[in-house]
Design a protein around this ligand. Structure first.
Ligand SMILES: Cc1ncc(C[n+]2csc(CCOP(=O)(O)OP(=O)(O)O)c2C)c(N)n1
Length: 595
């Protein structure tokens, strides 16, 4: 037993390990990613990145069915992808303990929305734990495995950015080997066809009563009685904000937040004069408290309905004076940091495709990955990003609309612009592939660009089927994209060096001209960060530079034209991708002499 500093994510991994969990499955996504990464390094466990969250959960279900404890990790939007098996496994139940981590991102620091995963636990009628620090993250994960096996249900742990990424002291213990639960054939338990699913649905309702009892007796749900003139109900990071803003107030700290402990909530509400409920980004607790017929005290000004909560926002809504310089958060707000819009890295191989598509005035339907930054200046090329994999299917929908328009003899002013779907390698494996199969099946036409940088760069460089790198470094295959596409039935597949301007330009033009077919252009070059690529640095010949600004239009952070009318290349940032050299119309950029 020892005390160490762990982030919430590391603590969940450690908790799973201590609980005897043998395997972890997941798909990367902030703020969940480090959980599986850290679990994969613990002794004696198996861990893998699945191609998406649905596959991760299904693999974990199989592992649990075989009798062993499994952890599944994902970010909140990943739960949408995994929601199909989640809703049914909630009926079927589990064999070995099964715990799913949903890591939410209130404030959308790195996500496309800020949905609250707690709603899924309510929807699926499964138990939900919400840690408020790393110690709890570890303890709750252990409790979650116990509960999962005891009541034969999948259990959800919901974390948020602040909990996942903040390090606090944790007491660690040895690993307790979990006894496998022997698998026995039981068709009515595992085959969710109507005749068997109906009784399982009733069973899950029955289990719910037991869960309510668990929540009432759980030590993770407890009242901290201090000044009873004011009381707060809060969970997770919001509990910490309450403690910081109102250290004297009484607090009902909820750690098992589904089902909610009705009696404990009633007793607490009765014990305080004013009752406030704190949520962030979605009124999950508030709705639950109101459903018990308890109406909390109105805030002086309503709590913000969107984005992250903070101690300061709580004080503001309560109407209490805000002292200057009291919290780190307040300090943070006072420090004027110059705005730095996010940009693709210097030497990023994604840049040329965007610049070329911009020159073609293409309508670019985008996807989620580093390349979503193609929407920002100076590239401003990517015109949509909805969810992972959407670019391909949206491109198909766009083409179908155009075909209908042309048959009807109407056309929009944009109809002479080619449509391109643009997608990264990891996102392609996640859910782009099924869009291609669907498009080919429906005899669709169109253009797809796969930006194959051999990694899942956006979330920190995880392996994927195309890079062929597994989480624990096992020998495996690299998925051969051209072969796969051809096998699906895509006839027009071209692979080019992503840094080669001429090759990318010609391939994109050929695809756009090939109007009657589905064309795929694979722009391939490794991510410069993940593969630590340093080629010969480029320099500007000041004599030859005309200050035309062509090189700055690709948005490379290494290139600037500040005071002078001459381009400059920062040799600390440049990694010699040569894109600027190829674009310079005056041959003013070349490799640094002597290198
Ligand atoms: C459903 C879902 N799961 C996970 C994520 C987190 N995420 C965003 S982009 C991305 C993959 C990016 O990899 P890739 O498509 O190869 O593009 P790259 O960043 O390498 O350019 C991931 C895992 C997400 N946004 N949505």
């Amino acid at each position: 037993m020892s005390k160490i500093l762990l982030s919430g994510n590391e603590a969940i991994a450690r908790g799973a390990w201590e609980a005897g969990c043998d395997a972890g499955f997941g798909y990367p996504g902030t703020p969940s990613t480090e959980t599986l990464e850290s679990f994969s390094k613990l002794e004696g466990v198996y861990a893998e990145w699945a191609i998406n969250e649905k596959v991760a959960l299904e693999s974990a279900i199989g592992f649990s069915m075989a009798g062993h404890r499994a952890l599944v990790t994902m970010k909140h939007v990943g739960v949408n992808v995994a929601s199909d098996p989640l809703m049914s496994i909630a009926y079927a139940g589990v064999n070995g303990g099964l715990v799913i981590l949903a890591a939410d991102d209130p404030g959308m620091f790195s996500s496309q929305n800020e949905q609250d995963s707690r709603v899924y636990a309510e929807f699926a009628k499964i138990p939900l734990f919400e840690p408020a620090d790393s110690e709890e993250a570890l303890e709750m994960t252990k409790a979650a495995f116990e509960l999962s096996e005891k009541l034969k249900t999948i259990v959800m742990i919901r974390s948020t950015v602040r909990i996942s990424h903040t390090k606090t002291l944790v007491e660690t213990h040895d690993r307790q080997a979990a006894q496998p639960v022997p698998y026995q054939t039981s068709i009515p338990d595992w085959v969710m066809m109507p005749a068997y699913a109906r009784p399982k649905r009733l069973e899950s309702d029955k289990r719910f009563a037991e869960l309510e009892e668990c929540s009432e007796t759980s030590l993770f749900n407890h009242a901290e009685i201090r000044d009873t003139s004011i009381g707060f109900i809060a969970s997770g990071a919001c509990y910490q904000y309450v403690r910081e803003a109102f250290p004297e107030a009484s607090t009902l700290k909820l750690g098992m937040t589904h089902p909610l402990p009705e009696s404990k909530i009633r007793a607490f509400a009765d014990s305080v004069d004013e009752l406030y409920v704190v949520d962030e980004a979605y009124p999950y607790l508030l709705k639950g408290v109101r459903a018990f017929g308890i109406e909390p005290t109105p805030w002086t000004s309503p709590l913000p309905a969107a984005f992250e909560m903070s101690a300061m926002l709580l004080k503001e809504s309560y109407g209490s004076p805000i002292e200057q310089n009291t919290t780190a958060l307040e300090l943070q707000k006072q420090v004027a940091v110059p705005p730095r819009p996010p940009a693709l890295c210097a030497g990023c191989p994604h840049r040329v495709a965007f610049n070329e598509l911009k020159r073609m005035k293409a309508i670019v339907l985008g996807d989620i990955g580093c390349y979503t930054l193609g929407a920002l200046a100076p590239l401003t090329t990517l015109e949509s990003a909805i969810d992972m994999g959407a670019s391909v299917s949206m491109g198909h929908g766009f083409e179908v609309a155009r075909e209908l328009e042309s048959k009807a003899g109407v056309s929009q002013s944009t109809s002479n612009r080619p449509v391109f779907s643009i997608i990264g390698d990891s996102t392609f494996a996640h859910s782009g592939l099924s869009g291609v199969v669907s498009t080919v099946y429906n005899a669709g036409v169109g253009n797809i660009v796969i930006l194959d940088n051999r990694t899942t760069a956006m979330t920190g460089g995880q392996g994927n089927p195309i890079s062929g790198k597994t989480l624990q470094g096992r020998q495996t295959n690299e998925l051969d994209l051209p072969k796969v596409l051809k096998a699906i039935g895509v006839e027009d597949v071209v692979q080019v060096d992503a840094h080669n301007v001429k090759a990318v330009r010609e391939a994109l033009k050929a695809a756009a001209n090939n109007k009657d077919k589905l064309s795929v252009v694979i722009c391939q070059a490794p991510c410069v960060v993940e593969y630590r690529i340093h080629n010969t640095v480029r320099v500007v010949d000041a004599e030859a530079c005309r200050g035309c600004g062509t090189c700055t239009r690709i948005g490379c952070p290494a290139i600037s034209m500040y005071d002078t009318n001459i381009a400059e290349i920062n040799d600390k940032l440049c990694n010699g991708c040569s894109q600027c050299e190829q674009y310079c119309p005056f041959n003013a950029i070349h490799s640094k002499e002597g290198e």
